[in-house]
Design a protein around this ligand. Structure first.
Ligand code: NAI
Ligand code: MG
Length: 482
């Protein structure tokens, strides 16, 4: 094992075996982490439960809790180079991408640290018809209470950021957490446990458990002493989690897949639109839940946009995590590359044309070429399934209604993009698109204050913003007879 990273100092949970961890840019094993078994899950949940019931964290004064979270943000800032290096080695993302991930994760933490103590209940003046036929007067109020022990299950794309998207609001609300990172990318999540401890979060409030989804993840999801699961990942596993959560009716936040459309009208600023469509498709090599992989282009500009996107895809340098010029990194694993190649092959067998790309790269690492495809039909896997690779399809349309109908012809509803200089058209199409996050003349913009709530089969509930914090509270209404 070369460049081994010692995780033993951060992992002391009981476990039954070890999971090898690889660098997707080189295919080298860089670490191994425990494969946590049922006993490890039970122990982590028990630690979280003890701290929750004792109030070691949730009953601290708000100012103290905020101070601790801001201190964690300072530690992350001070260690950002080291964290970015680890993230890029483990996930394969470019050095630049990893710096950005650590930065936006920290902005998320700072955003939620700022909410501590600023979200609370309401009071309503209440006089009601009493049971005995005379008016009763009450003092009423609602109280927001942390939901309890929360299981957080995250995927391999943007691991440190997606972990923070859940840990930060959970801690801000006063919950205790058990975080299970993806088996492919556990390394920065393990650092998170260490960072929060150093910042002053009491031991046992943040627990990180490494392990596979089908075992460790499933045990956490089914655990009778876990009050809520927040999950990001595939729609298929989202469905399994819904079933597993039925046992004790856990609260659920599900951020699932997407198959997001981009609609480009012939009045768009084409230079910007082509670059925006290219980035919306290729950022993270397409391993992004909001990837706009169905690109609908008005017929008059279709040829020009195909040429532009092909040139854009060919221009972006693809390379390993240690290559400073690289803009596009590898896919996470050979399994994922095989999946992407299979979806492309199915399309080609059905008559789709690969205009550029369409092959694994001839080098070490799980690289797959940036790929632009035309001549698809709406029933192809290329159009229906989340690909999670650098593969986009360009489809011509004639008028606005046709574009809207095609864009909405999907079981997903996570995101969408519109490129037009016509203000009325932009608003009309925003109103018609079914998705939790719509960009007009922009690609991939995101801010901690703006929630993303999957419509249709893209999820339940939302993350980010005030809504993302409220998801970690139970509401209690209190009536005091006067
Ligand atoms: P996945 O949904 O299987 O994995 C995500 C997380 O769920 C991981 O931590 C995994 O260990 C855990 N998990 C898996 N099975 C579980 C179970 N039965 N109970 C509890 N936790 C479980 O996603 P995977 O296999 O890594 O990727 C497959 C496809 O899913 C991708 O090609 C992509 O299309 C989609 N995906 C979508 C994501 C998104 O952000 N929307 C993120 C990751 C994957
Ligand atoms: Mg899976």
């Amino acid at each position: 094992m070369s460049n081994a990273i010692d995780v033993e100092d951060t992992v002391d949970a009981p476990h039954s075996g070890m999971i090898p961890v690889f660098n997707p840019s080189t295919e080298e094993q860089i670490a191994e982490v425990p494969d946590s078994d049922q006993a490890a899950v039970d122990a982590a949940v028990a630690r979280a439960r003890d701290t929750f019931e004792s109030g070691a964290w949730r009953k601290l004064p708000a100012a103290r809790r905020a101070e601790v979270l801001f201190r964690a943000a300072d530690i992350i800032r001070a260690r950002s180079d080291e964290l970015a290096e680890l993230e890029s080695r483990n996930n394969g993302m470019t050095a630049m991408g990893a710096q950005q991930i650590i930065k936006v994760a920290n902005e998320m933490l700072i955003y939620y640290a700022g909410w501590v103590g600023k979200i609370h209940g309401e009071s309503a003046p209440l006089v009601s018809d009493g049971l005995l036929g005379h008016y009763e007067t009450f003092h009423t109020y609602t109280q927001l209470e942390p939901v309890g022990v929360v299981g957080l299950i995250i995927p391999w794309n943007g691991p440190f950021f997606v972990a923070m998207l859940k840990v930060a609001p959970a801690l801000a609300a006063g919950c205790s957490v058990v975080l299970k990172p993806a088996e492919e990318t556990p390394l920065t999540a393990l650092k998170l446990e260490e960072i929060f401890r150093e910042a002053g979060v009491p031991d046992g409030v943040v627990n990180v458990l490494t392990g596979y989804g089908e075992t460790t993840g499933a045990a956490l999801t089914a655990h009778p002493d876990v009050d809520k699961i927040a999950f990001t990942g595939s729609t298929e596993v989202g469905r399994l989690i819904v079933k597993a959560a039925a046992g004790n009716l856990k609260r659920l936040t599900l951020e699932l897949g997407g198959k997001s459309p981009l609609i480009m009208f012939d009045d768009a600023n084409l230079d910007k639109a082509i670059m925006g469509a290219g980035m919306g498709l290729l950022a993270g090599s397409g391993q992004n839940c909001s990837c706009t992989s169905r690109i609908y282009v008005q017929r008059g500009i279709y040829d020009q946009v195909v040429d532009g996107l092909v040139a854009f895809a060919q221009m972006l340098p693809m390379g390993g995590n240690d290559d400073p010029n690289s803009v596009l990194g590898p896919l996470i694993s050979e399994k994922q590359r095989t999946r992407v190649a299979g979806i492309v092959a199915d399309g080609v067998a059905g008559g789709a044309q690969v205009v550029t790309g369409g092959q694994p790269m001839d080098r070490r690492g799980y690289f797959y070429e940036a790929t632009i495809i035309t001549d698809t039909t709406p029933d192809m896997r290329l159009i229906r399934e989340e690909i999670f690779g650098p593969v986009g399809c360009i489809i011509p349309f004639d008028d606005e209604d046709e574009a809207i109908a095609a864009a909405n012809d999907t079981e997903y509803g996570l995101a969408g993009a519109i490129w037009t200089e016509n203000l009325s058209r932009a608003h009309r199409v925003v109103n018609e698109l079914r998705g939790g996050q719509i960009w007009v003349n922009s690609a991939l913009a995101a801010d901690p204050s703006m929630p993303i709530c999957g419509h249709k089969q893209s999820g339940w509930g939302g993350e980010r913003g005030k809504k993302g914090l409220e998801a970690y509270f139970n509401v209690k209404s209190v009536y005091i007879g006067l």
